[in-house]
Write a protein that binds this ligand. Structure first.
Ligand SMILES: [Fe+2]
Length: 232
């Protein structure tokens, strides 16, 4: 199974159309994954423009796990911002156009079990914000193992801090320790996240799991990193 993974395109997805198209052409049975922050402000226009682009790829399976910028994909935020036009049926439209949206939900593709998590710690006021205790309750409720976990937010201290050009740490850690506990428990082969752009890359987390940060934009919100392919 091949996964073609990207995140944090923040409305600049059209700059990488050709790259994604080529990867899908190489392996149309691959799962195309977007791990969130498809938009900047999460408006209807931004959200549907992204969906139109993403659903157009000929990959057999497409999964989206929204991020903290994707306000209009979060029913709670959408409801709060109703008067500003943020409440729209994105998830239904996505499913209609062949994109599976996993918000704290699972699916099975070709025998691979997949869990998608949209719970973003620390960023109160953003989409999908979750307190650590909420994430903890979710993690406690998970009873099975998964082959693949996709979460917009990274684990704690694993690809979850910003760095400058010399690789020197310039931010705090943005992940949640609860996701480390989840990975310890579920033993996925891969944990895919985004969120912290300059943490793009991969690292072996333990004997079972490799962690990936699949951000496309850099800290200046310019396209810098390549789309990630993962073979299982
Ligand atoms: Fe993010």
């Amino acid at each position: 199974l091949r996964i073609i993974a990207l995140s944090d395109t923040h409305c600049k997805h059209r700059e990488i159309t050709q790259e994604v198209e080529l990867l899908v052409k190489e392996n149309p049975k691959a799962i195309l994954v977007h791990a969130g922050d498809a938009t900047i402000t999460g408006t209807r226009k931004e959200s549907f423009e992204f969906l139109e682009w993403f659903s157009d790829f000929k990959a057999e399976n497409k999964i989206l796990v929204p991020g903290n910028h994707d306000l209009g994909m979060d029913k709670y935020m959408g409801n709060k911002l109703r008067s500003e036009g943020y409440l729209f049926d994105f998830i239904d439209k996505a499913e209609e156009s062949g994109v599976k949206v996993l918000i704290n939900d699972e699916c099975n593709i070709n025998g691979f079990s997949i869990l998608g998590i949209s719970m973003i710690p620390q960023l109160l006021g953003w989409a999908f914000y979750a307190e650590d205790s909420t994430i903890e309750r979710f993690v406690n409720s998970v009873e099975t193992e998964y082959d693949i976990i996709i979460s917009h937010s990274p684990m704690l201290d694993v690809l979850d801090w910003s760095k400058d050009n010399r690789g020197i740490k310039i931010s705090k850690n943005y992940g949640s320790r609860e996701f480390n506990i989840l990975v310890d428990k579920c033993k996925p082969k891969v944990f895919i996240s985004g969120h912290i752009h300059s943490s793009h890359g991969s690292v072996r987390y333990n004997e079972y799991t490799t962690a990936y940060n699949v951000s496309i934009l850099n800290e200046d919100y310019d396209v810098e990193y390549l789309v990630t392919t993962i073979d299982l």
